[in-house]
Design a protein around this ligand. Structure first.
Ligand code: SF4
Ligand code: SF4
Ligand code: SF4
Length: 245
């Protein structure tokens, strides 16, 4: 019998699910090896019988807590799909504002119908077994993690900085072009796509496990950024992470 997989979403833009859908040929190969029983964005059928749950999005409402706990209870393995789910991602920007004001700005005169609380990653609510980082996730990483899990292996998630991939790509460092970059403290796995195309790394994959944040903040300050600008850089995707506040 094929292993059963569910793909679920909470608060997010659904870009990570779209990345999975856009796998096309590889997705057909994957469908030969697994049975997808729950994937709102792609199918109408629903089943609560699954072994692996890929979960996209940040938890931002009370009702989402119970739903996520139910998914956790049913799944043997739970994988956070994308940076919203893994680290809170861009949704955590709202935590730096008055939540009541945010609610009224977003929902206007319908605000009373929509409760909200501070955004948080899945691991703040339930145990998470593995995470696929990125905003959105890289296609290749989803396939590699899915294959590893199907072979009952531990997925190999990079725990070194984007700079390593950037050097391997023989890019000119954007610091040498007068820009700043979060690559030295950000988890690799995206093949340094942004510096490869001449942009700075914005840190969408979150921090490596033991980042030297203070040292990097100092580097950014030496490059002329104010304390607020430095914090804003880290908060874009990492506002829910410890150590950056
Ligand atoms: S991680 Fe980015 S692409 Fe994925 S759901 Fe969140 S906002 Fe969208
Ligand atoms: S461009 Fe960014 S990621 Fe690349 S080497 Fe420089 S600091 Fe590191
Ligand atoms: S270079 Fe940085 S911002 Fe760009 S995809 Fe990689 S981790 Fe994300």
């Amino acid at each position: 019998m094929k292993p059963k997989i569910g793909i679920f979403d909470f608060s997010g833009c659904e870009g990570c699910q779209l990345t999975v859908l856009s796998l096309e040929d590889e997705l057909l190969d994957l469908l030969g090896a697994v049975e997808i029983v729950n994937f709102r964005e792609a199918m109408t059928e629903r089943s609560d019988d699954y072994a692996i749950a890929f979960v996209e999005g940040t938890i931002t409402r009370e009702g989402e807590v119970e739903r996520l706990k139910g998914i956790r209870e049913r799944a043997k393995i739970l994988v956070a799909l994308g940076s919203c789910a893994a680290i809170g991602g861009i949704n955590c920007l709202k935590n730096f504002h008055n939540l009541e004001e945010v609610r009224h700005i977003v929902y206007g005169d319908k605000a009373d119908y929509f409760e909200t609380f501070a955004a948080r990653p899945l691991k703040a609510v339930v145990p998470v077994d593995y995470a696929i980082y990125g905003c959105p996730i890289p296609k290749q990483e989803f396939l590699e993690v899915a294959k590893a899990l199907l072979l009952a292996k531990k997925p190999n998630i990079p725990n070194y900085a984007v700079c390593v991939e950037c050097k391997l790509a023989e890019n000119i460092c954007v610091f040498d072009k007068g820009m700043t970059c979060l690559g030295p403290v950000t988890r690799a796995g995206c093949r340094a796509i942004c510096p490869t195309y001449g942009n700075k790394c914005e840190g969408c994959r979150g921090l490596v496990d033991q980042p030297n944040i203070n040292s990097h903040k100092e580097v950014l300050r030496e490059r002329g950024l104010t304390v607020e600008e430095v914090l804003a850089q880290f908060r874009m995707f990492g506002g829910c992470l410890e150590g950056i506040k």
